[in-house]
Each structure stands twice: as structure tokens, then as C-alpha cells.
Write a protein that binds this ligand. Structure first.
Ligand code: NAD
Ligand code: DAO
Ligand code: ZN
Length: 379
């Protein structure tokens, strides 16, 4: 099919708050600097559902959601050199252009390459057009530069992390978002040291990845906080030393952590909920004099964070992370290799599995249930 349009099944988000519709769409061949991929597996992430539920005022419809996937390169556009047909890739919503003149790619301080930011945010490919059309020939928007709820997608070459062909794509897909983000928040954004104390708020896939990363970094104490006690077993099994049901406390959770469980607070804290009150609690339970708190959760549109400035004056530091600070094309293959080498198990994140792109609505329903970490749909 190289150079020709492909007809395939896709789940199209036609409008906010509506189930996805199964449609036969046309996926155009990749243009210069683009790669057409066959999607093998796609994991559901809350950001897809957040957009589908209409909470993202900038969400564009109709679109093809999905951004946590494992894919095989089907064809490449003019000038593409870093991947070939048959390569296994993870699409990454944070690209890495690697250009000498990209001050972001050249900096070791950030992963936020802005090269295709403008068009990606508008649901378009870098040349300002789309590769998806419905059966009437009408355009369908892209999403986060990935759009993996389709049997085939087109992504920018600079968004493709090439991984080992030995990695099962129905597991490696998890490195496309939540798991990498939690690990990277610990290792890159906060650089948690041996013997540090850590508090993690929100024990979904991202929070559990923070716990796993903190344990691997040698943290001596990991306090896991959630309002759903059903999350604690998984948290302790991967390294949490303490669990706190913050809905059952008689005092604010920050006073319980800094005051009861510890004297002065924890060295590092992480918000993995997207709730701005939790972000404040996470900052305020961090250690007087040197505590660092990292915002990972994506808050609802228009929300603001607050604390008393005295919290910062007395030495606490508020940070945030996107994709865990990982430089996508360089770092994702390394994470996948660590997994293959047995150093970074991730199977425990997959709580639900489905077959066929058409079962994506079932996967979304599973994600809405409190017991789901990641639902993987194999196409
Ligand atoms: P999830 O919904 O599976 O997990 C959230 C957890 O928070 C749940 O266990 C829930 O019970 C718990 N929770 C809710 N309210 C709470 C409260 N008040 N106190 C304590 N716990 C509470 O979500 P996830 O997939 O793990 O993602 C977590 C967040 O990270 C989301 O906001 C997501 O959008 C965001 N995220 C950010 C990035 C990034 O690059 N910054 C990447 C991926 C995901
Ligand atoms: O470069 O300004 C930019 C856009 C950065 C996007 C970072 C997104 C981080 C949050 C992702 C949500 C979870 C998928
Ligand atoms: Zn760049």
C-alpha cells in the first residue's frame, strides 16, 4: 500500500459526550517527514476520556483520539531517515526534533520540543492538513500528534520512538504516556536520591509508576495516598511503605504527613490526581527547608493552584513535569530495553485487555471503573 491511501477501521470521536463511532476511514500516505503506522495495541489514558467527555474546551471534533500505542511502520514519507518500514515504534506526543537550532532539544533541562506544537494543538499534521477522511471525504482531526484509535495512523517522524522488535507491543505501548511519566517525574524532574522520603497522591497508573520509580531510586519511605482504599494493595506490592486514605482523616492530609507520619514532611511529593487541592496538600507536606513537590496531574481547564507564599519562603519548591521529562526518541527505547532486560516490569499496569479497535468503547467503560489501571486494546 506504499504511496496509496488505506481504508481501515477507526473509532471516531464525532462529538463531546458521545460514544466513539466505528467507521471505515481513509488514511492518506505519509507526506515528507511523516510516517504511516499500523497500530498493534493501544492503551486507554484518562486524557483521551477527558477530551471525549468535553472537558477540554480546545478539543476538536470529529477527531481520532488515542496516544499510548505500540505500532509497526507501514510506510515512510520523503526524507524520513530515522525509521524504516517494519520498524517498531511508540508514537510520542512530546516530539524530539534533535535539530541543532532547537534550543529545547539541545538543552538537558527540558523535553519540550516545540517544533510541531502549533499544528499538533490544532489537530493537524505539521503542513497544516489532515491525513484522515471519513467515507464522505470529510476531514477528521488528529489528536496529540498520535491518533491511535485507528488501525492505521500518520505521525511526524520526530514523534516516533523506534524500539526493539523484541518488545511485545501490547505492553511496550504503556511507555507512550502514563508509566514513562511517573518514572520520569522521579528520575528526571525531581532526581530522587537514595534514602529519600516520598509521598505519592493518587494511585492510578501514573502514581504507581512514581512508586516504582522511587523504589528503584532507593527511597527509604514511600507514603501512598488515595481516597480509594482499594488502591493500596497494588501500591504496597510495588514498594509503598505507608498507605493513607485521605478521605478518612480528621485533619488535612498535609498535616497528617508533616506532623504525624513524619516530623517535618517528605523530601519529595507528587500529585498524580489533577486535583488542585491535592496539589496544594502535596506541596505543603514537603519538607521544610528543601522539600520538592511535582505536579503531574492535569487539572481541569481554568483551575488554579494556590498556597501561602510562606511555604516557598521556607524552602519548598513547586515543580511540574510533562512526559516525565523524557526526551522521547532518545529515552523511550531505553525504557523499553530495561523492560526487556527484566529491570523494569510493567505487566502489573495492565488490568484489562480487549481485542479489536471496535472494542475501544468497552475499554473506555472499564477505565471509568475505579479498579482499572490501564486497559489495552489489541487491534
Ligand atoms: P487515574 O484516574 O487512574 O488515577 C488517579 C487516582 O487519584 C485514582 O486512584 C483516584 O482514586 C485518586 N484520587 C482522586 N482524587 C483524589 C484525592 N482527592 N486524593 C487522593 N487521591 C485521589 O489517573 P492516571 O492515569 O494515573 O493519571 C493521573 C493524572 O496524571 C491525570 O490527571 C492525568 O491526566 C495525568 N497525566 C499527566 C501526564 C503529564 O505528562 N504530566 C502524563 C500522563 C498523565
Ligand atoms: O509543548 O507546550 C507544549 C505542549 C506540551 C504538552 C505537554 C502535555 C503534558 C500533559 C499530557 C497529558 C497526559 C497525556
Ligand atoms: Zn526540538
Amino acid at each position: 500500500m506504499i504511496g496509496k491511501p488505506i481504508s481501515c477501521k477507526a473509532m471516531v470521536a464525532r462529538a463531546a459526550k458521545q460514544p466513539l463511532t466505528l467507521e471505515i476511514i481513509t488514511v492518506d500516505p505519509p507526506k515528507a517527514g511523516e510516517v504511516r503506522v499500523k497500530v498493534i495495541a493501544n492503551a486507554l489514558c484518562h486524557t483521551d476520556v477527558y477530551t471525549l467527555d468535553g472537558h477540554d474546551p480546545e478539543g476538536l471534533f470529529p477527531c481520532i483520539l488515542g496516544h499510548e500505542a505500540g505500532c509497526v511502520v507501514e510506510s515512510i514519507g520523503h526524507g524520513v531517515q530515522s525509521v524504516q518500514v517494519g520498524d517498531h515504534v511508540i508514537p510520542c506526543y512530546t516530539p524530539q526534533c534533535c535539530e541543532a537550532q532547537c534550543i529545547f532539544c539541545q538543552s538537558s533541562k527540558t523535553n519540550l520540543c516545540p517544533k510541531i506544537r502549533g499544528t499538533q494543538g490544532k489537530g493537524l499534521m505539521p503542513d497544516g492538513t489532515v491525513r484522515f477522511h471519513d467515507k464522505e471525504g470529510q476531514p477528521i482531526y488528529h489528536f496529540m500528534g498520535c491518533s491511535t484509535m485507528s488501525e492505521y495512523s500518520v505521525i511526524a517522524e520526530i514523534s516516533c520512538a523506534k524500539i526493539s522488535v523484541d518488545a511485545p507491543l501490547d505492553r511496550a505501548c504503556l511507555f507512550g504516556c502514563g508509566v514513562s511519566t511517573g518514572l520520569g517525574a522521579v528520575w528526571n524532574t525531581c532526581k530522587v536520591e537514595v534514602n529519600s522520603t516520598v509521598a505519592v497522591f493518587g494511585l492510578g497508573a501514573v502514581g504507581l509508576a512514581v512508586i516504582q520509580g522511587a523504589k528503584m531510586a532507593g527511597a527509604s519511605r514511600i507514603i501512598a495516598v488515595d481516597t480509594n482504599a482499594g488502591k493500596f494493595e497494588a501500591a504496597t506490592s510495588i514498594g509503598a511503605t505507608d498507605t493513607v486514605d485521605s478521605s478518612k482523616l480528621e485533619k488535612p492530609v498535609q498535616q497528617h504527613i508533616a506532623g504525624v507520619l513524619t516530623k517535618w514532611g517528605v523530601d519529595y511529593s507528587f500529585d498524580c490526581t489533577g486535583n488542585t487541592d491535592v496539589m496544594r496538600a502535596a506541596l505543603e507536606c514537603s519538607h521544610r527547608g528543601w522539600g520538592t513537590s511535582c505536579v503531574i496531574g492535569v487539572a481541569a481547564c481554568g483551575q488554579e493552584i494556590s498556597t501561602r507564599p510562606f511555604q516557598l519562603v521556607t524552602g519548598r519548591c513547586w515543580k511540574g513535569t510533562a512526559f516525565g521529562g523524557f526526551k522521547s526518541r532518545k529515552d523511550v527505547p531505553v525504557l523499553v530495553q530495561k523492560n526487556l532486560d527484566g529491570e523494569l516490569p510493567i505487566d502489573h499496569f495492565v488490568t484489562h485487555e480487549f481485542i479489536g479497535v471496535n472494542s475501544t468503547n468497552d475499554a473506555i467503560e472499564a477505565l471509568h471503573g475505579g479498579g482499572c489501571l490501564r486497559a489495552v486494546v489489541k487491534y
